[in-house]
Design a protein around this ligand. Structure first.
Ligand SMILES: *Cc1c(COP(=O)(O)O)cnc(C)c1O
Length: 399
């Protein structure tokens, strides 16, 4: 049975073309980009080409605005810490309540250790940002607003261009974690008020452990990694040339394929949703279906826990994810689901299907054929008193 991979918001398959582009950097073209000899020059050229490809994907004005990092997490951390340091008379940060842990964990840390005031802006039941609360939090005390472009659990898209304008009006910097948006939505940074943007290669068919931070020319910036003069003195450490070249190739492919891939994913995703919602009573899509990534679907099935669904789907060869983070065997809904305050979703969690350009109709058919039965089975169990306790324990209960 062929495995069906529908967890592309967690990570994507490295495209074969990306592997092919990386191979020379792992073999003959191993030079240090800082070296003066030809080995160095070859690597420098490869970095330049990759930077240009990422610039093009983002619609940024200048290649020098792209800073390579070890991934989305480092890009987010660099943006937030750098903004605080560069504007040290300002000591407040504005974020949404549904940011990735790469942002939220750092904010909590800064609150505890540096007495930074963090405004966590709530979302409504559709996952949309409370715009009035956002505006109210912005002031001359705010160093940075950091709002994600698209949410990783629901796919809900925030109006970051408008939010950036509002931040700019009070002199605050604006950063967006666009890890889920890059390669899935058209992006044109030139002319926007966005100062910084994070992306990660492994979410767009590139390798893990590499990403980039866009820093608008002229925006105040402080390095996170202090060391050599790599990346124009903005990030010390010998460049991850194979990874960066892989990111560049992935960016080039995303630029040329974006529209077609997005349309295909959207059609598959919409067919999946229409069929599941039609077959499964008491099921619904979590989040604003109109303002969403084309590849993501978070489905709530009342009375059937998403964690259990994910385990049973895995047995029929389908890789999906539950918004729930399992801690010590007790499934609790994620901060994103809780922030939306949809009762049925908080109780059962949401099953996330996230597609890529690699998915096809057969993949969707597998879910359509199996999920309704899985939900039926779980609901029957939760109604049978003798299994109610067992179904709360870990994996073997669903044997
Ligand atoms: C995956 C992800 C990250 C983290 O990126 P890494 O490259 O894995 O560090 C950050 N933000 C969002 C929204 C993500 O989906």
């Amino acid at each position: 049975m062929r495995a069906v991979y529908l967890d592309n918001n967690a990570t994507t398959r490295v495209a074969p073309e990306v592997v092919a582009a990386m191979l020379p950097c792992l073999t003959e073209d191993f030079g240090n980009p800082s070296s003066v000899h030809d080995f160095g020059a070859t690597s420098r050229l490869a970095l330049k080409e990759a930077r240009e490809r990422v610039r093009a994907l983002l619609g940024a004005a200048f290649r020098e605005e792209i800073l390579f990092t070890s991934g989305g997490t480092e890009a987010d951390n660099t943006a937030i810490l750098g903004a605080l340091e560069a504007t040290d008379e300002r000591n407040e940060i504005v974020v949404s309540a549904v940011e990735h842990p790469a942002v939220l964990a750092l904010c909590s840390h800064l609150e505890r250790t540096r007495h930074v005031k963090v405004h966590r802006i709530p979302v409504d039941a559709l996952g949309g940002l409370d715009r009035a609360r956002y505006r109210a939090a912005l002031s001359r005390r705010v160093a940075l607003a950091s709002i994600m472009w698209a949410n990783n659990e629901t796919g809900v898209v925030f109006p970051v261009e408008e939010l950036a304008e509002e931040a700019k009006a009070v002199g605050a910097l604006f950063h967006t974690d666009a890890v889920q948006a890059v390669g899935r939505l058209p992006i044109a940074l030139r002319g926007t008020a966005i100062d910084m943007l994070s992306l990660s290669a492994h979410k767009l068919h590139g390798p893990k452990g590499v990403g980039a931070l866009y820093v608008r020319r002229g925006a105040p910036f402080r390095s996170l990694m202090l060391g050599g003069n790599q990346e124009r003195g903005r990030r010390g450490g010998t460049e991850n040339t194979p990874g960066i070249v892989g990111l560049g190739k992935a960016a080039e492919m995303a630029t040329s394929r974006l529209r077609g891939d997005a349309a295909r994913m959207r059609a598959l995703r919409d067919r999946l949703e229409a069929s599941l919602l039609g077959q499964i009573q008491g099921s619904f899509v979590l989040g604003d279906v109109e303002r969403r990534l084309p590849n993501t679907s978070a489905i709530v099935c009342e009375g059937a826990e998403a964690d259990a669904i994910v385990l049973l789907l895995n047995r029929v060869g389908v890789a999906a994810s539950s918004g729930a983070a399992c801690s010590a065997g007790s499934p609790a809904p994620s901060h994103v689901v809780r922030a939306m305050s949809v009762l049925a979703a908080v109780a059962a969690g949401a099953t996330r299907f996230s597609l890529s350009r690699d998915n096809d109709d057969d993949d969707i058919d597998r879910v359509i054929e199996t999920l309704p039965l899985i939900v039926e089975r779980l609901r029957a169990r939760s109604h049978a008193p003798e299994t109610a306790v067992a179904s709360r324990s870990a994996e073997p209960a669903y044997a």
